[in-house]
Design a binder for this molecule. Structure first.
Ligand SMILES: Cc1cc2nc3c(=O)[nH]c(=O)nc-3n(C[C@H](O)[C@H](O)[C@H](O)COP(=O)(O)O)c2cc1C
Length: 212
């Protein structure tokens, strides 16, 4: 893991920024990166200083209206098992007959990785910027976070799983009624190997308007 903490500096408002910056490294990273299933993540995650950089990078996404319609909720250390206890009670509420093995699995979900970041979509309602665009910006936060973590030498996975959609659980985690989880980003150390998955047929998803 490269520790970029001393060298990656945020810009101050109005400071010269970068409109284009050719980087084969960045292109290769984007062309080759893979997510790592949460259960395969290793025990070393970003430090607080590294997390601070990752979250600053993640919050630099395009954001129509500069509303910052997202926020982060971080689970690390003990708080992972505290949140896991909420998951277990949510499970037992939905499926009272669930066996101990299943309950223990739910209780341990957040402990699959050293750090889990919930990216919470928190749109400003009844604003002239459509809610859809605010939600898209939250998705961009998730992807930037994954890419930045990868560039810092960590592996990760963007998950929602069932608990992103359990309203009572989200309430218990402190989300407001209008907020949703865009993703739980699980981060940890990389597995030894990772392989390419099937990718979309580009011919099927690209068309040129006005050209047959
Ligand atoms: C919004 C969102 C939610 C996801 N939720 C899940 C999930 O609940 N379970 C799962 O196995 N994969 C889920 N995935 C897919 C994983 O992130 C998966 O690792 C990824 O598609 C692998 O692709 P990659 O290696 O190209 O990044 C989700 C992806 C997105 C964008």
């Amino acid at each position: 893991v490269v520790s970029p903490v001393p060298t990656v500096k945020p810009l101050q408002f109005g400071e010269p920024a970068s409109a284009a910056s050719p980087s084969i490294e960045t292109l290769n990273l984007l062309m080759h990166r893979r997510s790592t299933p949460a259960g395969q993540l290793g025990p070393d995650g970003p430090s607080e200083a590294e997390l601070s950089i990752l979250l600053q990078i993640a919050s630099r996404v395009p954001d129509h209206g500069k509303l910052a319609p997202w926020r982060f909720l971080i689970f690390s250390g003990e708080s992972r098992s505290q949140a896991g206890a909420l998951l277990k009670s949510a499970l037992l509420r939905i499926e009272p007959e669930a066996d101990d093995e299943r309950a223990a699995f739910e209780a341990g979900r957040f402990e699959r990785a050293p750090v889990v970041i919930a990216v919470i979509s928190s749109p400003v309602l009844e604003h002239k910027i459509p809610e859809w665009e605010q939600v898209l910006s939250a998705g961009a936060v998730c992807q930037s976070l994954l890419i930045a973590a990868h560039a810092m030498g960590f592996a990760g996975q963007w998950l929602t799983e069932w608990y992103a959609y359990d309203r009572a659980l989200l309430d218990a985690l402190g989300l407001d009624a209008h907020e949703k989880v865009a993703g739980f980003i699980y981060l940890g150390s990389a597995p030894e190997e990772s392989f390419e998955r099937a990718r979309p047929d580009m011919g099927r998803i690209i068309s040129w308007y006005g050209k047959n």
